[in-house]
Design a protein around this ligand. Structure first.
Ligand code: LMR
Length: 391
C-alpha cells in the first residue's frame, strides 16, 4: 500500500526552518516563519501566560475530556475579543488546533454545505490556504490583491475580480496584517469590498491570525466586526498563536455567524466536524487564554505586553525603512514603514533572495516575504546593507 505514495511538495515556510537550522554560520538571520522574537532572539512566553499556567497547575483537578466544541467559556471569551458584544445569539463556534485547524474546519463546513462553492483567495496569500483547498478538492479562484509596482493594494484589480464572485461563493479575506504582503485595505476600501460582496451574495470567510499585531487589538478587529454586522453568514478562523505567543499549544477558534434560528444546526455541524477530525480540541492553550481573559489583572498585563510587541515591530519597520533609504539611496523600500503586521514582501527576485541566503545567511521566503518580528535593532542595518548589495 504505502509503496504507491509519491513525495509531497515541501511547504516553503517549513522548508526554510530546516534550512536555517542546518546552516552552521553563527551570523545567520532567520526572517522566515512568522514567529515573534525579542531583541535577544528569543520567542518569550508572555508574562500573563506564565502566570495563568502557574495558577492552572494549582487549581486544575482533572484532565478528563472537555466539550466537543471546546470549553464554552473559551468560545465566549474569543467571540467577545474578536467581535465585541452583540453577536452571541448568531455565533456558533468550535475550538480548533490553532488557526490552521480553524481554516481546515471552515473549508470542510463550506464543502459540506455547498460542494460547488468556489473559495476565492487573494493573490498572493498564505501558501497553506491553496494547499488545503487543493487537498480537499474544492473549487478555487483568485482575486488580485497586491500591486508589485507600488507594494500596495491593487484595488482596481481586486474590485474587478470580486465582481466575478457568484452567489454562495466563499471569499477568504485577511482580517488584518495581510500574509505575506503586509499591505492592508483601509476603512474606505473595506466598505467597498463589503458592498460588492453583499451585492454578489458572497459568504465572507475571514482569517484573523494577527489580531493585535497591526494597529491594535480593537483596531485590527474593526474590519471583521464590520463584516459580521453586514452579512447574514460569515466564517471567522482566528488564531491565538501570535497574540498570546502560544504557537505550539495549537489554540484557535472557528466562528460561524448565522441567524439565531439556524445557530443550533450550524453548531451541530461544527461539533460533528470536530468529532470526525480529532474529537476534542486541545485544551491547555484555550484554558490559559480563558483564564487571562476572565481575569482583569491578567488581561491588563497581557494587553500591555502585546502592545510592547506591536510597538517593537512598528519601530523595526521605521528603522528598516530608514536604513534601506540610506543603504540604497532611494525611496524604493519606504513602504516597509506603512505596511502592518509581521510581514512585508520586499519585491526582490528569487535570485536575490537566494543570494541573501547563500552569501549573507539571511533567510526569507522565496517571494521575498520577511518576518519583521524576526529582526532587532542590531540586525536591521545588516539586512539593509545586504539588500543594497544584492539589488
Ligand atoms: C507563517 O506564515 O509564517 C505562519 O503563519 C506560520 C505558518 O504556519 O506558516
Amino acid at each position: 500500500m504505502l509503496e504507491t505514495l509519491t513525495p509531497q511538495p515541501q511547504d516553503k515556510i517549513l522548508q526554510l526552518i530546516a534550512m536555517y537550522r542546518d546552516d552552521p554560520r553563527t551570523t545567520k538571520i532567520d526572517l522566515g516563519v512568522g514567529v515573534y522574537k525579542d531583541a535577544t532572539g528569543l520567542t518569550p512566553v508572555m508574562r500573563a501566560v506564565k502566570a495563568a499556567e502557574k495558577k492552572l497547575w494549582e487549581v486544575e483537578t482533572t484532565k478528563t475530556y472537555t466539550g466537543l466544541a471546546g470549553e464554552p467559556a473559551f468560545n465566549a471569551a474569543l467571540v467577545g475579543m474578536i467581535l465585541g458584544d452583540g453577536f452571541a445569539d448568531r455565533a456558533a463556534s468550535v475550538a480548533t488546533p490553532g488557526g490552521t485547524g480553524a481554516i481546515r474546519q471552515a473549508l470542510e463546513l463550506i464543502r459540506m454545505a455547498t460542494p460547488a462553492a468556489k473559495v476565492w483567495l487573494s493573490a498572493p496569500t498564505w501558501p497553506n490556504h491553496p494547499s488545503i483547498i487543493k487537498y480537499l478538492g474544492m473549487p478555487m479562484a483568485e482575486y488580485r490583491y497586491f500591486d508589485t509596482a507600488t507594494s500596495g493594494i491593487d484595488f482596481a484589480g481586486l474590485m474587478a475580480d470580486l465582481d466575478g464572485v457568484a452567489a454562495g461563493d466563499a471569499v477568504l479575506l485577511h482580517g488584518c496584517c495581510h500574509n505575506p504582503t503586509g499591505a492592508n485595505l483601509d476603512a474606505g476600501q473595506w466598505d467597498q469590498v463589503i458592498a460588492v460582496l453583499q451585492r454578489k451574495g458572497a459568504v465572507p470567510f475571514v482569517d484573523l491570525a494577527y489580531q493585535g499585531f497591526g494597529d491594535g487589538l480593537e483596531e485590527d478587529a474593526a474590519a471583521t466586526r464590520k463584516i459580521a454586522a453586514a452579512f447574514p453568514e460569515v466564517l471567522i478562523a482566528a488564531s491565538c498563536s501570535k497574540n498570546f505567543g502560544i504557537y505550539r499549544e495549537r489554540t484557535g477558534i472557528l466562528i460561524a455567524l448565522t441567524s439565531p434560528e439556524r445557530k443550533a444546526v450550524v453548531q451541530g455541524n461544527l461539533n460533528f466536524l470536530n468529532r470526525q477530525n480529532y474529537s476534542f480540541p486541545p485544551d491547555h492553550g484555550a484554558r490559559v487564554v480563558t483564564m487571562i481573559l476572565e481575569d482583569a489583572a491578567l488581561t491588563a498585563d497581557w494587553k500591555a505586553e502585546l502592545e510592547e510587541v506591536r510597538q517593537n515591530m512598528l519601530g523595526l519597520r521605521k528603522q528598516l525603512a530608514d536604513e534601506l533609504r540610506r543603504a540604497t539611496n532611494s525611496d524604493r523600500f519606504d513602504f516597509v514603514a506603512t505596511h502592518r503586521g509581521m510581514f512585508s514582501r520586499l519585491g526582490l527576485s528569487e535570485a536575490q533572495v537566494n543570494r541573501l541566503r547563500e552569501d549573507h545567511g539571511i533567510y526569507m521566503v522565496g517571494d521575498s516575504r520577511i518576518n519583521i518580528a524576526g529582526l532587532n535593532a542590531r540586525t536591521v542595518p545588516i539586512l539593509a546593507a545586504a539588500i543594497a548589495q544584492v539589488i
